[in-house]
Design a protein around this ligand. Structure first.
Ligand SMILES: *[C@@H]1O[C@H](CO)[C@@H](O)[C@H](O)[C@H]1NC(C)=O
Ligand SMILES: *[C@@H]1O[C@H](CO)[C@@H](O)[C@H](O)[C@H]1NC(C)=O
Ligand SMILES: *[C@@H]1O[C@H](CO)[C@@H](O)[C@H](O)[C@H]1NC(C)=O
Ligand SMILES: *[C@@H]1O[C@H](CO)[C@@H](O)[C@H](O)[C@H]1NC(C)=O
Ligand SMILES: *[C@@H]1O[C@H](CO)[C@@H](O)[C@H](O)[C@H]1NC(C)=O
Ligand SMILES: *[C@@H]1O[C@H](CO)[C@@H](O)[C@H](O)[C@H]1NC(C)=O
Length: 473
């Protein structure tokens, strides 16, 4: 009896699937030309249900947006189509036309948003499909060519498989732009983009002002976010460098929880990871994380140390002193530091200058730096000495261990240096007298310390002897 019922159910199910395929009704994750539209509370759901595309209204009523959200936590919106052009009601409809262009029409059939399909051959038939990765893809049905994808048009969220970067040939950028407020997806003030000058570096902007940079990519992680190393078993971090693409991509390893990188309205980027058991988002990384992350807080040749609250966090790189001690005492360090002793350089390596190493730092802004991934650190040192404009050098890539490989050369000022966990070594060019002074200070300590220790031991012995002598009967 029960068995029969089950068999019947299964056959009915098969039949209905068969008929739906036969009649050309699309699967729940796809949208075909003319055969299906999305309107009202209709949705597209990815094949295993992870993502949903549909209309949503955050906060204030009567503002409706077409978006994609993480199905298990519906307020985790990962993409918004008409962020700057909300609909007044739920009468909006998403259609795909014969050319494979998506149109979002309002109740009066006016376009509120449309996709910009790359020009090329007009497809015979196009289909839009919401993939299990959260990517909405428009494909030519016959050739399979991707005509458009939501992953190429990020809003404020980066998820596995999306790129943050740019195409140096066309200038096309994949960047994040914040919402205006937590319940308003309109384009906000903060932007996060890949800076491809020098070493690749992710930079947060508020309007036209640089607010924070992750630090350059060191082959394994962005040097200002050492936490990235701690979850590389869950999410593989990758920097793609090709003539047509310089981009950061992360990928989830098999079985890893869902994770998203979100740029907040105030410009804070957070990596949130979904804990499916407790149904909460956990924060794995947050940047900027402290005062030393404020861009160029300590000015040129300044060095920020978050553990020195007593000295307003700012110091100078070895061999430098504050430009304006009066301003520094007023907690205003942005004027930076100046050299104690001028460099002595006649070019072509005819110099008495040398280098002091500053260890454990986020490397300075590389916007105006020259990068050569092929050089060794020794070659880098020689190149820096041979060029009178060179003020510092460092390895570009720490993957090989040792001192690292590749060569970054800075000319002019170095800015935005801070101490950071698992930081790199920066070699700062100094005049011979400065190096000698440093060495002298060092060697003086080396002599004084043992002498002091000896004296201490002798004194103790003397005290013990006195005590014994006194108490002796
Ligand atoms: C989808 O919308 C378009 C444009 O509004 C309309 O022409 C078409 O008939 C609709 N298709 C279905 C199946 O509702
Ligand atoms: C939506 O509301 C705005 C402002 O009230 C109005 O100007 C616009 O015409 C409305 N659009 C539709 C499609 O009703
Ligand atoms: C679509 O592409 C054209 C040409 O590339 C461009 O001028 C236009 O601004 C784009 N529109 C959108 C909404 O991106
Ligand atoms: C990303 O992860 C998936 C599943 O683990 C794997 O199949 C795919 O090859 C990975 N892609 C890259 C670029 O590493
Ligand atoms: C790079 O050089 C330009 C032009 O001289 C200057 O305005 C800018 O501040 C420099 N950037 C850095 C990070 O030093
Ligand atoms: C010094 O290095 C800078 C940056 O790499 C370069 O622009 C400049 O031409 C070099 N100068 C000399 C004399 O080689």
């Amino acid at each position: 009896m029960f068995l029969n019922l089950r068999v019947m159910l299964v056959s009915v199910l098969c039949l209905s699937i068969g008929t739906s395929l036969g009649s050309g009704v699309s699967s729940p994750d796809a949208l075909n030309d003319g055969r299906r539209n999305i309107t009202g509370d209709q949705t597209l759901v990815s094949v295993d249900g992870s993502f949903t595309l549909g209309f949503f209204s955050p906060g204030a009523p009567s503002r409706w947006y077409l978006g994609i959200w993480f199905s298990a936590s519906t307020d985790a919106v990962v993409w918004v189509a008409n962020r700057d052009n909300p609909l007044n009601d739920t009468a909006g409809v998403l259609v795909i036309d014969g050319a494979g262009i998506l149109h979002l029409l309002d109740g009066s059939s006016r376009a509120a948003w449309s996709s910009n399909t790359t020009d090329g051959d007009t497809p015979s038939a196009a289909v839009a499909q919401l993939l299990e990765s959260g990517n909405l893809v428009v494909r030519d049905e016959s050739s399979g060519t991707v005509l458009w994808q939501s992953f190429d048009h990020p809003t404020n969220t980066l998820i596995a498989g999306m790129r943050l970067g740019r195409n140096p040939q066309t200038g096309v950028e994949w960047s994040l732009t914040s919402w205006r407020s937590p319940d308003d997806p309109a384009t906000g003030d903060c932007r996060r983009a890949m800076d491809t000058r020098g070493l690749p570096d992710c930079v947060s902007w508020r309007g036209g002002a640089k607010k924070y940079r992750t630090g350059p990519w060191n082959g394994l992680w962005f040097s200002g976010i050492p936490e990235m190393a701690s979850y590389s078993n869950m999410f593989t971090n990758q920097m793609v460098v090709r003539p047509d693409e310089v981009a950061y991509v992360f990928n989830a390893t098999a079985g890893a929880p869902f994770s998203r990188l979100v740029l907040s309205e105030s410009g804070v980027i957070q990596r949130l990871v979904w804990d499916a058991d407790s149904r909460v988002w956990n924060v794995f990384a947050r940047a900027p994380m402290d005062v030393c992350d404020d861009y160029a807080k300590c000015g040129a040749f300044g060095l920020c140390n978050v553990n020195t609250a007593s000295t307003l966090f700012c110091g100078c790189v070895v061999g430098f002193v504050p430009v304006s001690p009066a301003q520094w005492s007023m907690r205003e360090a942005s004027a930076g530091c100046r050299r104690n002793a001028p460099l002595e350089c006649r070019g072509r390596g005819a110099t008495t200058d040398g280098f002091a190493v500053v260890s454990g730092v986020k490397l300075p802004d590389t916007d105006n730096a020259t990068v050569d991934a092929g050089a060794t650190l020794e070659e880098c040192r020689a190149r820096c000495l041979a060029n009178c404009s060179c003020v510092a050098f460092a390895a570009a890539d720490i993957r090989g261990g040792g001192g690292g490989s590749g060569c970054v050369i800075w000319v002019g000022d170095i800015v935005d240096v801070r101490y950071v966990d698992k930081g790199q070594e920066l070699y700062v060019r100094l005049a011979k007298s400065e190096l000698a002074a440093n060495k002298k200070r060092g060697s003086l300590l080396k002599i004084l310390l043992p002498v002091a220790a000896c004296l201490l031991v002798l004194m103790c012995m003397f005290l013990v002897w006195i005590c014994k002598f006194r108490h002796a009967p």
